[in-house]
Design a protein around this ligand. Sequence first.
Ligand code: 5GP
Length: 179
Amino acid sequence: VSDALAELISRERLAARVAELAEQINADYRGREQDLLLVGVLKGCFLFMADLLRHLEFSPAIDFMRLASYGPDTETSGVVEIRKDVEIPVAGRDVLIVEDIIDTGLTLDYLRRHLMAGSPKSVRICTLLDKPARRKVSLVADYVGFTIGDDFVVGYGLDYHERHRGRPSICVLNPDSDE
Ligand code: 5GP
């Protein structure tokens, strides 16, 4: 492990919290799980979504979206472009967005409005990480794994220039370093 990375959330804490989130989701959607659609936001969601899904007591439909937003290195501008949309129609579905991290909230605010336009029964948000101090729009997730401070983090699916996605824990990156 490089000096530029400091572990913030261990793989054990991640695993335990993901199991707890799945328990909440199990309880909330029990009995109406046939309409549930998990929509993962690529790429950062892929490990979280896989682990979450394996803890659910039902086997919902899943789909993915891919968004691009423009801005400086480690920040979103709010100008969001849909690179890949959902393929399963959301009409009449209980949509659960699965996101890696909410920072300014601009990406998910856009995404939620986009999905609402498809007439789903409901749209909820499940995020592994939340940085509420950085919010630019009022956006509250329904399921939050960990609330963190104003740090740029990598690991467990999250990258910096495509690096570190496979790290099993969440680490704080110093973006000024060479890592
Ligand atoms: P928002 O629109 O909420 O500002 O940004 C959300 C997106 O910005 C996330 O899906 C993620 O791609 C990226 N992002 C925000 N904060 C971080 C961070 O600390 N680490 C990484 N790797 N990506 C982040």
